[in-house]
Design a protein around this ligand. Structure first.
Ligand code: PLP
Length: 513
């Protein structure tokens, strides 16, 4: 603390409660409740005005254009008012902020959010509840646990299930695999009591499809398993894990030298939305006593779908499940959960701190279950969502985007200018501009890259790119129930127009990335 700061705090203490410390007018408190209301109303008015005034999915602004504006801000000289600071944000952030609520945003797994969840976000931030120990979070602990039980029931887990909210699918997957690793290390020690953990780790393998999310490989790296630990199991032409290939991988890796510590099935791959055959995979895991983790980060919304819950058949046989509410439950980032069939195993990773969650505390302390310590009360967003609109409405929105994806697949499939892979079971489409008579593949790659870029810089749409067998493909991810088939017909026309212009050599070269 600076000398003046120390003097100020000393004099504030001397003055007692009547003269609060400088700066405390900015702290949320009983005394500032009215000020909080005014600031929020001002901010929300601005936001609401901006939301209704602007609608374009995204801009083509490059880092080099925005960086000088952000760098130019003197962070040591405050503006002293929320209104001025908000106004400054207009050109630093809002002018280029990508709008997931715009029907022509169709790039990644980023969703428009429901209004009750945004309100909940404000409430949980204002109270700043941290769900790590009962004494600090009281009701919040129970709200989170109730939602975990609710999710576990949707999965079909029994009464012993438990889990925890996490920052996202990446953390949920890491947590699941850590649990699997502990169990595998235990059983290695059971067979050979003298064996040391460092000798067990290099023998462990994780089997997962070649289209699983990279967070599975990242988790293996973090756990010190080494780069060979994750074995990619081949998929069928729908990009689903092949049960026969899994069975062969078991033969190759569940041996005297190596142990399969877990299989990760994906219920909704990030690129194709493909859902691995969970029932068949689960049967193989049970037969061999191997941990099954289902990564339903994306497909988790099917749990509440009125028409497509059957796509997750078999998920109740998993040991652990990842669900990202911030993808298919229309929740603001972050909101995800790891759900565990036998909740007791969460205790394998528990650490007790006397000041936080002592072992003899009879109260529930969620720090016992989480990889995080201080942790957001993200569960409140889903809670308020369920209490206002209920699960059926969320599920109907999930069904709506999947229906739309199927219609858009029909458009692309019937269009001789495009090649579309994999009829979707969720809401992604991977396709490429490739008319019947087309140039060399490298030129078509460049035409597709150009089309994506030109679409974005003209404020007409944001779509993703991916690569399939080393060729460039475009990708739609549909998560907006307000989008229509007309919106996508427009995007398709625009993309075809830009790509065609590129192949004719008439595209504006400045737009070329
Ligand atoms: C998005 C995704 C993840 C990662 O989740 P985050 O919430 O981004 O950390 C993991 N697995 C799958 C299948 C995903 O789609």
């Amino acid at each position: 603390m600076s000398a003046t700061g120390a003097a100020a705090s000393g004099s504030a203490r001397a003055r007692g409660r009547c003269a609060p410390h400088e700066g405390s007018e900015y702290l949320v408190s009983a005394e500032t409740a009215e000020q909080l209301r005014q600031v929020m109303v001002h901010g929300v008015n601005r936001l609401s005005e901006w939301l209704s005034r602007t609608s374009r999915p995204g801009t083509g602004t490059a880092p080099g254009e925005l960086r000088p504006l952000v760098e130019g801000v003197d962070l040591d000289t405050p503006l002293g008012s929320t209104a001025a600071a908000l106004a400054e944000l207009d050109h630093l952030y809002l002018a280029d902020a990508v709008r997931y609520d715009d029907p022509r945003y169709a790039a990644n797994l980023s969703c428009p959010v429901v209004i009750p969840a945004v309100l909940a976000e404000t409430v949980l931030s204002a109270l700043n509840t941290s769900v790590d120990n009962w004494d600090d979070s009281v009701g919040a602990t129970l709200v989170e646990q109730r939602l975990i039980r609710w999710t576990a029931e949707l999965i079909g887990f029994g009464a012993g299930a438990d889990g925890v909210f996490t920052s996202g699918g990446t953390q949920s997957n890491l947590h699941a695999l850590l649990l699997a690793r502990e169990i595998a290390a235990d059983s290695a020690r059971n067979c050979d009591p003298g064996i040391r953990t460092v000798h067990v780790l290099p023998r462990l393998r994780v089997l997962t499809s070649e289209h699983s999310h990279f967070s599975v490989a990242r988790a293996a790296e973090l756990m010190g398993l080494g780069s060979e630990a994750v074995v990619a199991v081949p998929t069928d032409n729908q990009r689903r894990m092949c049960p026969r290939a899994l069975s062969r991988a078991f033969e190759d890796y569940h041996t005297a030298d190596t142990t399969v510590m877990a299989v990760v099935a994906t219920a909704g791959t990030t690129d194709y939305g493909s859902i691995d055959p969970i029932t068949e995979i689960a049967a193989q895991c049970r037969e061999r006593g191997v941990w099954l983790h289902v990564d339903a980060a994306y497909g988790g919304g099917l749990l509440v779908s009125p028409r497509r819950r059957n796509l997750l058949a078999g998920i109740e046989m998993a040991d652990t499940v990842t669900v990202d509410f911030h993808k298919t439950y229309f929740q603001p980032v972050s909101s995800s959960a790891l759900v565990v069939r036998d909740g007791a195993v969460l205790g394998r990773l528990t650490h007790h701190a006397v000041f936080l969650n002592p072992a003899d505390d009879p109260n529930p302390n969620l720090a016992d279950k989480s990889l995080q310590t201080t942790r957001r009360f993200d569960a409140l967003k889903l809670w308020l969502t369920l209490r206002v609109l209920g699960p059926r409405m969320i599920g109907a929105m999930v069904d709506a985007v999947i229906d739309l994806a199927d219609e858009v697949w029909g458009l692309l499939d019937a269009d001789p200018r495009f090649r579309v892979l994999v009829r979707p079971s969720l809401s992604t489409l991977v396709f490429r501009y490739e008319p019947t008579k087309h140039g060399p593949p490298e030129v078509m790659d460049a035409a597709n890259r150009h089309a994506r870029h030109a679409l974005r810089v003209s404020n007409a749409g944001v779509v993703a790119a991916t690569s399939v067998a080393e060729r460039t493909y475009l990708k739609f991810t549909l998560l907006n129930p307000r989008a229509t088939v007309g919106d996508f017909a427009g995007l398709i026309e625009d993309l075809a127009g830009h790509a065609h212009a590129y192949t004719l050599g008439t595209a504006d070269s400045a737009d070329n990335d």
